[in-house]
Design a protein around this ligand. Structure first.
Ligand SMILES: C[S@@+](CC[C@H](N)C(=O)[O-])C[C@H]1O[C@@H](n2cnc3c(N)ncnc32)[C@H](O)[C@@H]1O
Length: 500
């Protein structure tokens, strides 16, 4: 039996004796053989050194090290020695690791390679190598445990540099390992996708990108297929990186439904700054599950439909004396960012100074009370959509004019008027998952500004109107997604992702 299959079957045998809860407590979800090989193939160094040092920090039954050893021994140019460091917290898996090591040693010996292995039955995160964080290995391959830790857990305290809010153990594994690589060492992790954009992972991302150059990412689109043995429900991804500063090189992003179609993975190559945000949050955009509706096929923009986007003209500190807590006969509503929700304008909310004088002095900073799409200029970081837009229909609020504070943008038709359907359709489209996914692929920054809106490809006006017709007051985001998707999808030619 090949090393990978051997590790897989002994791993399965070991965890079959465990209760589901025990398995969860240790984060014991094993990598299937084809995924292990897929990971290993791409994490070998371009030039094989004489002595190569491998770390498997959450070894389980050792399938990932087995896959790396298999790949190394299949190469034409072999190393003289392979050193493997295995860490596994659960003592029940140690006998399986010992058996595997025996086989590995034999295989290496048959190829004239000396294999040295240390099996460490301890918590990797508290081990001397993890706490020292010295660059001592050439390849790190890991499927770390996934679960939340309390901020006072000794592991979180030992790796506080990678903690923001409530840590997840897998983020700590990723971060520590990044600092253990010798220059040009290779790093490969299979993980959930949450680290790519969650606020709680911002310290992990910042730390990782200090040490690593991201080379490639693979995304499993199906929620369960890749871990069929364990029926893991988390969406997963594999990341390959090298210990060097990030260059301008493109990042290869592949995707497959699961493990059974890995050989038909779809490929995209994107400039690194489209994948890795350049602001402080360092969010990672994964475009692969996006283009069932491909916006890049559309060439219309706001300009095509005679629409304009402007920034709310009321700068509160300058207009201070005209802004009031209480309405008067001469005042009109003043909309702030806080009044704008997805598909809804909520005014008043009795929190802000929500009224502005409408007179000769303020006339230049007011807009006519007409159909508009109003957009927040800044979205809360935890919001899962980059755009928060609401349709505003003429006369919904009192007065002939409206105040729009400077943290808002608004879309209108100069010299004409947006129809009700256009207003609702455009707002729904902007809030939709389709647009959100598109923006994540083209904009590293989380905030969408007026220039981004001007450049956004739009479907035909008829389709926007059709979306608008289906939108009722108070439509939820879920309903918006369904309406936008079902209206736009039949118009799309069958999707193909550009292969390189
Ligand atoms: C997701 S499993 C992956 C196992 C194996 N590498 C694979 O790919 O199939 C994670 C493994 O890490 C072990 N583990 C959990 N916490 C650990 C820790 N703090 N240090 C070392 N190993 C740990 C678990 O017992 C489990 O075997």
């Amino acid at each position: 039996m090949r090393l990978v299959e051997f590790a897989h079957s002994s791993g399965l045998a070991a965890i079959q004796t465990l209760q589901r809860k025990e398995q969860k407590n240790f984060g014991q979800f094993m990598t299937p053989p084809d995924v292990a090989r897929f990971m290993a193939q791409r994490c070998l160094p371009t030039e094989c050194p004489e002595i190569i040092r491998i770390l498997d920090p959450a070894a389980g039954a050792g399938i990932l090290s087995a896959a790396v050893i298999e790949c190394l021994l299949n190469q034409a140019r072999l190393p003289r020695q392979i050193h493997v460091m295995l860490y596994e917290l659960d003592g029940r898996l140690i006998p399986a690791l010992r058996k595997l090591v025996k086989r590995m040693r034999q295989r290496a010996h048959n190829r004239g390679v000396t294999l040295k292995v240390s099996i460490n039955n301890c918590d990797f995160l508290l081990s001397p190598i993890a706490t020292a964080r010295k660059p001592i290995v050439d390849i790190i391959i890991a499927n770390p445990p996934y679960f939340k830790l309390s901020a006072t857990d000794p592991r979180a305290l030992a790796h506080a540099y990678a903690v923001y809010g409530q840590p997840n153990i897998y983020g700590l594994f990723m971060a520590v390992c990044a600092s253990l690589l010798a220059p040009s060492g290779r790093w490969c992790f299979i993980t959930p996708r949450s680290w790519t954009n969650g606020l709680y992972f911002s310290s992990v991302r910042r730390y990782l990108f200090c040490w690593l150059h991201i080379d490639a990412i693979h995304v499993f689109e199906s929620r369960r297929d890749h871990f069929t043995d364990d029926q893991i429900l988390q969406e997963a991804m594999i990341t390959w990186a090298t210990a060097q500063a990030q260059t301008n090189a493109e990042i290869v992003i592949s995707s497959s439904e699961g493990s059974s179609d890995l050989d038909q993975a779809r490929l995209l190559r994107l400039p690194f700054n489209r994948v890795i945000g350049q602001d402080e949050e360092r969010m990672v955009s994964l475009p692969v599950d996006m283009p069932t509706i491909d916006l890049t096929r559309w060439h219309a923009t706001l300009f095509t439909y005679g629409l304009k986007v402007s920034t709310g003209p009321v700068v509160a500190f300058r207009a201070k004396r005209h802004i009031h807590e209480i309405a008067s006969a001469d005042s009109v509503p003043l909309l702030w960012m806080q009044h704008i929700k997805h598909m809804l304008i909520k005014w008043p909310i009795n929190k802000k100074s929500e009224h502005i004088d409408s007179n000769a002095e303020t006339a230049w900073m007011l807009v006519p009370n007409t159909n508009l799409v109003v957009i927040r200029r800044f979205s809360p970081k935890e919001d899962d959509r980059r755009i928060t837009a609401a349709p505003y229909l003429a006369g919904t609020l009192p007065g002939t004019m409206l105040g729009l504070e400077n943290h808002t943008n608004y879309i209108y038709r100069p010299g004409g008027e947006l129809s009700d359907e256009e207003t609702k359709g455009l707002a729904a489209f902007l809030n939709s998952r389709v647009v959100d996914r598109y923006l994540r692929t083209v904009a590293g920054n989380t905030q969408v500004n007026a220039t981004d809106l001007r450049k956004l490809p739009l479907p035909s006006l008829e389709l926007l109107v059709a979306i608008g017709r289906a939108i009722c007051p108070g439509t939820s985001l879920l309903a918006v997604d369904t309406i936008v998707d079902s209206t736009l999808r039949p118009q799309q030619p069958r999707h193909t992702v550009a292969a390189n």
